[in-house]
Each structure stands twice: as structure tokens, then as C-alpha cells.
Design a protein around this ligand. Sequence first.
Ligand code: FAQ
Length: 316
Amino acid sequence: MAQEKDLQKIFEEKIEKEIKIEPKDWMPDEYRKNLIRQISQHAHSEVVGMLPEGNWITRAPSLRRKVALLAKIQDEAGHGLYLYCAAETLGKDRETLVQELLSGKAKYSSIFNYPALTWADIGAIGWLVDGAAIVNQIMLQKTSYGPYSRGMIRICKEESFHQRQGYEILLTLCRGTEEQKAMAQDALNRFWWPSLMMFGPSDKDSAHSAQSMAWKIKRMGNDDLRQKFIDQTVPQANFLGLTIPDPELKWNEEKQSYDWGQIDWEEFYNVIKGNGPCNKERLAARQAAYDNGAWVREAATAYAKKKAERKTKDAA
Ligand code: FAQ
């Protein structure tokens, strides 16, 4: 018991002094549990997040657009892999994590339950969804868990390319015909509010924020991050000549940031409970990918399995 108290003290000192917690260090069970929850949900988001854009690979309007979109989607798969590895360092294996996604036990970002209906949506996803992800992930580069923090540094570099390619798609549409600009506006209308929901519930309703901030897993609250995203994105919309679909949006000179309207929290909770426009379709696609990939998993582990069998036989 006394030993655990010492370990707790060492852990707290490390958090205080900004020394990263590493996989073999002692950590409180709740810290470990909370990290596995957040990192694995983040990993699932990266992987499920490939689906709305994947839907447009065969319909990209030019070879150049197709190459950039393919590269972006492959990056997201890579992000999922770094994050699953980071979660595994905390002692939960990948198979269990994946099963938690497929059974609906683990969450993934609400945003990926909305459909990508037009090519402009691919621009909006890059600009707004990756844009929101970057705001969150820049803060997470300083998270207290070493493998998560290092993963985030690399991921952020790639996300900034994603955000630019999305913005450039919209810029091209906005400089095109009236019809193309209207398509860009429609994409912004549909993706604006769901992008704000990506930051999670307001701090007062956030179940994990206070503890996560105390342990420096999260370095900023959901509301501050959301505000930061709004403040940096509104001028970008203005440059495109598009209108943010929020009649209450207004610059506040005193605060030096924007005032804005109300998120429809009923919609948010409905989506994270599994009732969004595409929840069932997304999970069905992941389940099909898992089933179709059974032979790959089998082949990848066949040699190790054979080796273990031979070892047992030799020992007998
Ligand atoms: N969607 O107490 P809090 C990307 C859940 S970026 C679904 O505030 P926390 C890149 C939350 O899990 C998107 N569920 O939770 C990309 C909790 O439920 P639980 C992913 C949400 O963890 C771009 C409950 O509500 N980014 O993928 C959402 O302190 C384009 C209470 O909430 C990350 O995951 C939501 N939006 O704060 C890929 C970043 N919000 O677990 C492809 C890392 C909240 O108790 C294409 N994660 N919930 O059942 C985080 O920073 C945090 O987990 C938050 C939530 C900020 C998302």
C-alpha cells in the first residue's frame, strides 16, 4: 500500500513537471482506462473516417484530384494504425479494440455519420473536418502520455496537407460557375454544425474533461477548442465568399472573437447513440471489411502460429 502511494506521488510529479508517462511507467488504473477509451475512439474515427471520402475516389473530377484524395485517405488509415499501436501500449490488444467498435460499444467521431453527397463535400471535409481535427490535435501533441503525444506530432503534419487540399477544392468551386459555388455553399451549410459538434459536449456536460485536464491528457476544454476553430475558420469562409449558416454569428470586438448561435445537442446525442444518417451503413462497411480481411489476418499470423506449434512439439 505504501509503495502504491509512492508510485502515485512519482506519477503526479511527472504530470506536474511535464515529463511524459511511458508505457512501462506506473499509472493509476483510471488514467490508463481513460487513455485507452480516448485513443481507441480516436483510432476508430480515423478508420471510419475513410468511408465518406472513399465513396468519392472513383468519382473524383480529375486524375490530380484522385491522386490527392487517395493519398489523404491512405494517410487516415496510417493515423488509425499509429493510434491503435498507442492504445495497445496500454495493455489492450487490437482485436479487442476492433470488436468494441464493431459491437457498437466504442464510439467514433459523430461527424463520420453524415453522408458525402457531392464533390464539394470532399472539399468541406478536408477544410472543416480536418480543420477541426487539427485544432484538437495540436493541443494533443502536448498530452501527458508519450506514445499518444508522439503520434499526434506526426499526424498533425499530415492533417495540415489534408486541410489545404480540401480548402483548395472549395476555392476552385467558388471561383467557378454559379452552380459550383452553390454546391460549395450547400456543403458548408450541411457540414458547419456537425463540425462544431466534433469538439464534444459543452464543458459543463463533458463527463471526462475535468479529470482529463487534471491529468493533462487534454490540454484545453471542448468549448475553448470549438471557439478557436470558429475564430480561425470564419475568415477562411469570408475569403471563399461563402456564408456560415449561423444568423447569430457576429464579431465581438471586446472578446476579440466571434459570438455564435446554438448547437442542436439533441442531434448530437442522437448521432452518438447510433441514430445518425449513416451510423448503420458505417458499421456495416467496417464489419464487411473485417470479414473480408479474415484471410489476411490468418496469413499474417500463420508463420508465428506454426513456429509456436513446433516449439510445443519439440518441448514435449
Ligand atoms: N463524437 O466527456 P467528453 C479525425 C463522447 S478527427 C462521438 O467530452 P472526451 C481525423 C465521448 O467519447 C475526429 N462521441 O469526452 C479525420 C464520451 O463518450 P464515452 C476524432 C463523442 O473524450 C478527418 C462522451 O461523448 N478525433 O478522425 C464526441 O473528454 C477526416 C462525453 O464527452 C478525436 O477523437 C463526438 N464528436 O472529449 C479522419 C480526438 N464528442 O467515451 C478522417 C481525440 C464526445 O464516455 C477524415 N479525442 N463524444 O462513451 C478527443 O479529443 C476527445 O475524446 C473529444 C471528447 C474532444 C472528442
